[in-house]
Ligand binder design. Sequence first.
Ligand code: ZN
Length: 453
Amino acid sequence: MSHIQFLGGAGGVTGSKYLVTYKKYKILIDCGLFQGARSEREKNWDRFPFSSDEIDAVVLTHAHIDHCGLLPRVYAEGLKAPIYSSNATKALCEVLLPDSAMLQEEEAKFRSRKGRSRHSPPKPLYTAEDAQGVLKQFKPLPIHKSHEILPGVSVTFSHMGHILGACSANLTLGEKTISFSGDIGRYGVPILRDPEPIKLGDLLLVESTYGDRDHLETDVLEDLSKLAFDVYKKGGVLLVPSFAVGRTQLLLYFIRELQIKGKFPDMPIIVDSPMASDATSIYGRFPEFFDSETKSKDAFHPQNLYFVRDSNESRKLNQIDKPMVLISASGMLSGGRILHHLYHRISDPRTILLFVGHQPKGGRGDWIQSGATSLTIFKEEKPIRARVETISSLSAHGDRGEIIRWIKSCSGSPSKVAVVHGEEDVAQKFAEQLNKDLGLNSKAPKYTETWEV
Ligand SMILES: [Zn+2]
């Protein structure tokens, strides 16, 4: 008999974390950071219902921080177990986890200056040392091969599109198998392969970020081209808050396509994020994750592309009064250099602020998208005069139809389905739809709920 406890990605999108117990073993599947609203972020400090040195293995579906960003904390608390992932996930974590640690340390410093902290003196969630330490425990596994990680416990990864290295994971525990969809990518988008069908186990955990909607079937190239020319004519900036990993490379790919077709104005494309710069070069190192059309790393290098690493150079961008594309992180506006760009550009009517990814409820992006007329940033209320646009089909997540398409493509018949990684009402509704349309036995688990497998 095995059990699974939902320690994140349940009742919300972020913080994916599932504790599987089988015989005497404890296995952690993903270990993500909670992001978005303060009430969610506070959960990053919750006590774990396990002692970190008791964990026997960690399985990681992909490198997004909401799936791996709490690993350094578990490490700081005594994790000794190996962390199994794809090779590309490991490479991306080598960039993402130290960066996340830096943000945690900066936030602690900020809180100590402001005297706002639950700890005295304020301490970061984890440090750069913790991030470096946990990276040593990664053990990359090949895709499609079953690997015994503990006696009677094996894991098999399959390609899931989404971002470089992202996989679904089948975890076999004796006679039973739990299938983790991880984050499901899109079908027919450039660069990465389509989500691969797998044999579903007894329990399926399926994500539901967009379980309540279908992406607008717009022509991304056409939309992007139009926005670029609009901003170019006005002499403004196309400001794109973008996830450093995945979305940025997809944008660069589309811009290059448009340039080749002569449908992109002659203006610089600036990627102001050291992490996005590193991630772009890591993408070039793992062509085995690409689809058949994307073979070369040049695919992510349009003309006129500049990577900005230095933070002084980043600040100097504020003085530029010429049309440009400015891509910066974080994609959820939760921190990073995008904030000072927003501060300087959001009140300028020549700016087009373009969202290309999911904005969690209660976060800054959600606030702006809801039609707000001002935004408090660096403690100052700035009027929003920029034009706000969204291209949702650039999302790295499959929509409702694509998630269903993936489930239908799989063999096997799970006796239970846990709908996870969605806002509470979305996951609930999607579970009802799966029951009605596919005859599944689905439910959306609550945070910290435990199920028997
Ligand atoms: Zn993801």
